[in-house]
Design a binder for this molecule. Structure first.
Ligand code: SF4
Length: 352
């Protein structure tokens, strides 16, 4: 089986070159072609001798995915369904803003957590992604934006924010997620502070991340302030109570001095009442955090409805009156399959 180069850092690529009997500096050149230029073939590596390109292409593959379906919203949001080398499919999203370009990556094919409001959760879990497959998503979104804008120079369409918030629970694929973050930082050139890891509350993973001494951002998808409600909404994460999760979050803030974001998906009549807001405010009292309220995207096959504007405002008022910073996620991509897993669900899953 061919070895995949995407996912190896410069030092590892130097070792590959040494093993091939060529000078180690070729590893640095290949890293630049892979991560900075985002090439899709050895032939594009113009400063690498042709004989070496032929030698490498016989033994190694670059590890780029194929775009199966691309949807673009009127607001510029691009949702791509990618096919990986084994035929598995994952979604990735590009979000261009006036002041930044963001990409939301998947970390697993499917997801074992099974959140009841999520199209990915409905489809089950197939496998973990590799670090190369995660980085490929960022490179592919960059390429898509460049194509859309007709920009010839790859370096002018750079993703500068990445959220690990697509399909899968990143902290269940821990080593790979951390390796992908290091590659995005060191090889692709994205600042660590602009990398956000989103977890649905996997407590051991939060503890490990606190020890990494990485200045990344942690987002915790809480979605419910009580054990009973969380059990109903997030059945795959019942091993830790809300109290244990909040204790872990407080320790994380203390250890890293970084503010946590709490994601809260508002579902009409389920978790969007004033009582839940009061309980949430109590949980977050005195914690360096902010709450991001997310209006739910409609998913076919699920009966949840989006919270009415009055519910969202009342919920927000309770939190703000308690001194908690609140933002409301802009609804983007509402004219395409915006919710996680929707596009893959519609296109049909191909499990390898
Ligand atoms: S919301 Fe996230 S953690 Fe929950 S099932 Fe979907 S992908 Fe998995």
């Amino acid at each position: 089986m061919e070895t995949t180069l995407l996912g190896l850092d410069t030092d590892e690529l130097r070792s590959v070159m040494k093993a091939e009997g060529v000078p180690a500096y070729r590893g640095k050149q290949i890293a630049e072609w892979l991560y900075r230029s985002g090439v899709r073939s050895f032939d594009e590596m113009s400063n690498v001798p042709e004989a070496l390109r032929i030698q490498l292409s016989g033994k190694y593959q670059l590890g780029r995915s194929t775009v199966l379906v691309g949807q673009r919203s009127k607001d510029g949001t691009a949702k791509l369904l990618l096919e990986l080398n084994d035929g598995a499919r994952v979604e990735t999203v590009g979000l261009p803003y006036p002041d930044r370009m963001s990409c939301c990556v998947s970390t697993q094919v499917g997801c074992p957590i099974g959140c009841v409001f999520c199209a990915t959760g409905m489809g089950g879990y197939t496998r973990d992604l590799t670090a190369g497959e995660i980085v490929d998503q960022v490179l592919t979104v960059q390429e898509d934006i460049r194509f859309e804008r007709g920009e010839a120079d790859a370096r002018k369409c750079r993703i500068d924010h990445v959220t690990f918030m697509g399909m899968g629970e990143p902290l269940l694929n821990y080593e790979v997620t951390v390796k992908a973050m290091r590659l995005l930082n060191k090889e692709v050139g994205i600042a660590v502070r602009q990398l956000t890891v989103s977890t649905v509350g996997f407590v051991p993973g939060i503890h490990r991340l606190a020890e990494e001494e990485m200045q990344c951002t942690l987002a915790v998808s809480l979605h419910a302030p009580t054990d009973d409600l969380r059990r109903r909404l997030i059945p795959g994460m019942t091993a830790w109570s809300v109290a244990e999760l909040m204790k872990t979050c407080r320790e994380y803030v203390q250890r890293t001095r970084r503010r946590i974001t709490f994601e809260y998906l508002l579902l009409d009549g389920v978790n969007d009442g004033v009582a839940e807001a009061v309980e949430l405010a109590r949980l977050l009292h005195g914690l360096n955090c902010h709450v991001n309220l997310i209006p739910c995207n409609m998913v076919s096959g699920l009966t949840f409805r989006m919270s009415p504007r009055e519910h969202i405002q009342a919920f927000r008022n309770v939190l703000e009156d308690a001194g908690i910073q609140v933002t409301q996620r802009m609804q983007r991509g509402s004219d395409i399959d915006a919710a996680c897993g929707q596009l893959r669900q519609r296109a049909g899953d191909a499990t390898p």
